[in-house]
Write a protein that binds this ligand. Structure first.
Ligand code: HEM
Length: 221
């Protein structure tokens, strides 16, 4: 069996690096649920179910999902790709649905979520759920290129959380704080960037289809 090369781990490594800040933020938030209630954590303490489900599902999705994009990992452990894919589809659905749940139901202060971000979060959550369902139905029809395209889009939307940390981090370092419409727009920009990159990757792959991508191979399902 062919050994994994550094190249096989490059993409997962980059994706994990992108997701590290929200993943660590998730651990900190889970810890804060048992701390004394403050203005900052009150909404999470009052209704912990969606945020706990969200953090667990999103962390698994970002972590395990990164390895699904390595052709080396898929080749070496084809069964793993399929089994992890089932768990990931469920985690992805849960991430999007709980994201929408919190957007709609939490009393998020207006400086942290204006009407623009509210609308965008609902759209992103719905788009993520739709992309996962389409990806699932594509692989059931053995349409591997379409399955891959929808999974790339779904993962890119989830990793918006990582890009948001990259976009907001320097802004906060420079100006001290970012709230209100500026925050709404920067959060939206991060999702738009990810979607743009995902579309670019999908189109590039469509223009130059690899022989292995067009062949129907259960190992890639
Ligand atoms: C892998 C992807 C994601 C990760 C790792 C992630 C992580 C997190 C974390 C750690 C929190 C807690 C934030 C805090 O403590 O203040 C959170 C909250 C939240 N997330 Fe996500 N998330 C992801 C994807 C999404 C998506 C796709 C949506 C949009 C539907 C979303 C919507 C929300 C909302 C609305 C909250 C509550 C924000 C608040 O009350 O201030 N998340 N997420």
């Amino acid at each position: 069996m062919k050994k994994l090369t550094k190249k096989d781990l490059l993409v997962p490594g980059m994706l994990l690096a992108l997701g590290i800040v929200p993943m660590l933020g998730g651990l900190a938030r889970l810890g804060s649920l048992s701390a004394p209630t403050t203005v900052e954590n009150a909404r999470f303490v009052a209704a912990p179910t969606p945020v706990v489900l969200h953090i667990v599902a999103a962390t698994l999705y970002a972590l395990l999902g990164a390895f699904q994009f390595s052709s080396g990992v898929r080749r070496r452990w084809p069964g793993w790709h399929r089994r992890a894919g089932i768990l990931l589809a469920l985690c992805g659905l849960l991430t999007g649905l709980t994201g929408m749940w919190m957007t709609a139901r939490y009393r998020i202060p207006a400086e942290l979520q204006g009407s623009v971000l509210l609308g965008v979060r609902m759209l992103v959550g719905a788009a993520m759920v739709t992309a996962i369902v389409l990806s699932w139905s594509s692989i059931r029809r053995r349409d591997v290129p379409r399955h891959e395209a929808w999974m790339i889009r779904a993962y890119a939307l989830a990793q918006g959380a990582g890009t948001q940390a990259l976009v907001l981090g320097p802004w906060i370092l420079l100006t001290g704080e970012v709230v209100g419409w500026k925050r709404d727009l920067l959060m939206t920009l991060a999702w738009a960037l990810n979607l743009g990159v995902a579309e670019w990757i999908v189109r590039r792959r469509t223009r130059a289809p690899r022989a292995s991508a067009t062949a129907v191979s259960p190992s890639r399902a």
